[in-house]
Design a protein around this ligand. Structure first.
Ligand SMILES: Cc1cc2nc3c(=O)[nH]c(=O)nc-3n(C[C@H](O)[C@H](O)[C@H](O)COP(=O)(O)OP(=O)(O)OC[C@H]3O[C@@H](n4cnc5c(N)ncnc54)[C@H](O)[C@@H]3O)c2cc1C
Length: 587
């Protein structure tokens, strides 16, 4: 089949903060850049980020990047790679000032400097008093960042393919990445984008779980594309459950609410976090707070008719502070609960939020794979940044405010490396005639309507299984059951029907492709979780409650072809400073 072709220096798949930060840097360096996004760029999930972005600016309390680095390493439960963490924390102030110059309207202190709020897991002086490190544009930080980056890209003449869906990557026989096959969602026309370098910036996979804070589009497409291109996924067992989603619905109530002084209470009105984290209390790191809520509920101290949630109180802060500092949250609570947080507490429960694992990269954004019996090597021409990547700065548990930072810093770092790569690799490599075949074969499968269950039915069942079998607390038995169920479910994809309606829109086919992606990412997640026999960060096993640094201070790598997991060492050595050796993690 003959398909249209376009050529660019760089193809960026994903127009969230990660993709747009990279695109801006490249376009400004006169590279010819294409950004492909399955939704209009400013609808990417980055737009939903509320609380803010971390940088040790020391505007509100004393701070420096060493403390930020310590908190991040500790937050990661020592699984984060310390070279990447040092790089990110040092680059943070610069990343924020750049945003300011791009036009992000940060909230201000009275003296005009950028306001900074307290977030979970932040400390001064290596584990001392609470720090205030999160820069915010009220509680709509992601919205402000994404709009500013988009406008700057328009100015820099980045070429956008809006509402195009990337199907699969193209590789030549030497292993070079040469671009991707994408589809115009509106008319289903295919396009082969040839590129000297390709950057995956496709975001997370929150749709794996029934109750989640993510956009509907967060289906792990880039991760699944990488898997199909023979690249393993790293640390997929670590999925962050945010402590405060609206109970039963999942919408995120930002950590900023607790940062501004809100706190959690159980059915007895007790401020229970005091028992779980005597110092940090409600601002302990997310895994700790999520487990505390799950424990309160499990032990019968949950609120409401089903005793399945706890309450988040902010009324004591006064209506003015609540409405001024948290306007977006107030709107959301009014819309979905019909109440005003300044008057009545918000019912909350842990909800799936952030994919810590992903496509393995180094701190230059290069995708790296372990060679058989050899060291790791970059995949030539392929980069990844943002939530789809695992660089790994978040390790086993991400700190709030560190993801917006991650996408900015590593979006830029990847672009920097790409600029050098383009200098050394000036010409397009020839695309093999069968380069698009895997993508076309995948599409052909969905040309026809099967007569079995619908795509929607299977997606709902998958999310239910993941929620029940791979949630906040895990055991061998429950996860094995989960793996068996997901494996059986993926077997049922064979005769799936696109839709219940007689008329098939192209979006139905896109949903089928997304479901295939979710299925692969789900298998990677449960298989990796089942293998890790310890509790670390967000991976919390009732049958192995302790962290085990002797056996398990290492990254997992899930391989799709063999459905097996193997391991690689954590990079514990920073770039210029001393490393932080593992210690007991208390808040
Ligand atoms: C509700 C919410 C609040 C958050 N708040 C904060 C916060 O306050 N602070 C913080 O640090 N972090 C926060 N996070 C996390 C943070 O926002 C995200 O991790 C980050 O924005 C992800 O950015 P990204 O560029 O990697 O991907 P995204 O912004 O998710 O963008 C992904 C892009 O990939 C495109 N794409 C995906 N698949 C395909 C495909 N097959 N074909 C074409 N295009 C594709 C999409 O169209 C989109 O443009 C929050 C997350 C959520 C869900």
């Amino acid at each position: 089949m003959e398909i249209a072709r376009r050529r660019f220096d760089t193809l960026i798949i994903g127009a969230g903060g990660g993709g747009l930060r990279a695109a801006l840097h490249l376009s400004s360096a006169d590279a010819h850049v294409a950004v492909v996004s399955k939704v209009f760029p400013t609808r990417s999930h980055t737009v939903a980020a509320q609380g803010g972005v971390n940088a040790a600016l020391a505007n509100v309390r004393p701070d420096n990047w060493h403390w930020h680095m310590f908190d991040t390493v500790k937050g990661s439960d020592y699984l984060g790679d310390q070279d990447a963490i040092e790089y990110m924390c040092r680059a943070a102030p610069q990343a924020v000032y750049e945003l300011e110059h791009f036009g992000v309207p940060f909230s201000r202190l009275d003296d005009g400097r950028i306001y900074q709020r307290q977030f979970g897991g932040q400390s001064m002086n290596f584990g001392g008093e609470q720090a205030a490190r999160t820069c915010a544009a009220a509680d709509r930080t992601g919205h402000a960042i994404l709009q500013s980056l988009y406008q700057q890209n328009i100015r820099a003449r980045t070429h956008f393919f809006d509402e195009y869906f990337a199907i699969d990557l193209i590789k030549d026989h030497e292993g070079y990445l040469l671009g991707a096959v994408v589809m115009n969602i509106a008319n289903s026309e295919l396009l082969l984008i040839e590129a000297k370098t390709t950057l995956l910036a496709t975001g997370g996979a929150g749709q794996l779980f029934r109750t989640n804070t993510n956009a509907l589009i967060n289906t792990g497409d880039g991760m699944a594309m990488a898997l199909r291109a023979g690249i393993p996924l790293q640390d997929m067992e670590f999925f962050q459950f945010h402590p405060t989603g609206i109970a039963g619905k999942g919408m995120l109530i930002s950590e900023a609410v607790r940062g501004e002084g809100g706190y959690l209470v159980n059915a007895d009105g007790e401020r229970f976090m005091e028992h779980y984290a005597p110092n940090a209390k409600d601002l302990a790191s997310r895994d700790v707070v999520s487990r505390a809520i799950a424990t309160e509920v499990r032990e019968g101290r949950g609120c409401g008719e089903h005793r399945d949630h706890v309450l988040l109180k902010v009324d004591h802060l006064g209506a003015e502070t609540v409405h001024q500092r948290l306007p977006g949250i107030c709107d959301m609570v009014r819309t979905f609960l019909g109440t005003d947080p300044a008057e009545s507490p918000i019912p909350v429960a842990p909800t799936a939020h952030y994919t810590m694992g992903g496509i393995p990269t180094n701190r230059f954004g290069q995708v790296i794979v372990p060679l058989q019996h050899g060291p790791e090597e970059p995949v030539p021409g392929l980069y990844a940044a943002g939530e789809c990547a695992c660089v790994s700065v978040h390790g086993a548990n991400r700190l709030g405010g560190n993801s917006l930072l991650d996408i900015l810093v590593f979006g830029r770092a990847a672009a920097n490396h790409i600029v050098d790569y383009l200098h050394e690799n000036r010409y397009h490599k020839p695309c093999p005639t069968d380069g698009a075949d895997p993508a076309l074969a995948r599409l052909a499968r969905w040309e026809q309507q099967g007569d079995g269950e619908t795509v929607d039915h299977l997606r709902t069942e998958l999310a239910q299984i993941m929620e029940e079998n791979c949630g906040v607390f895990r055991t061998e038995e429950v996860m094995q059951d989960g793996l068996d169920k997901v494996t059986a479910l993926s077997g049922r994809m064979g005769d799936v029907r696109l839709t219940d309606h007689s008329k098939i829109f192209n979006t139905a086919r896109i949903e089928a492709l997304e479901l295939e992606n979710l299925m692969d990412v789900a298998l990677a997640t449960v298989a990796s979780a089942l293998q890790r026999k310890e509790s670390r960060g967000a991976h919390s096993r009732i049958d192995y409650p302790e962290r085990d640094d002797v056996q398990w201070l290492r990254h997992s790598l899930y391989h799709r072809d063999t459905r097996t997991v193997d391991y690689k060492p954590v990079r514990t050595r920073p770039i210029t400073v001393d490393s932080f050796p593992p210690k007991e993690r208390v808040y």
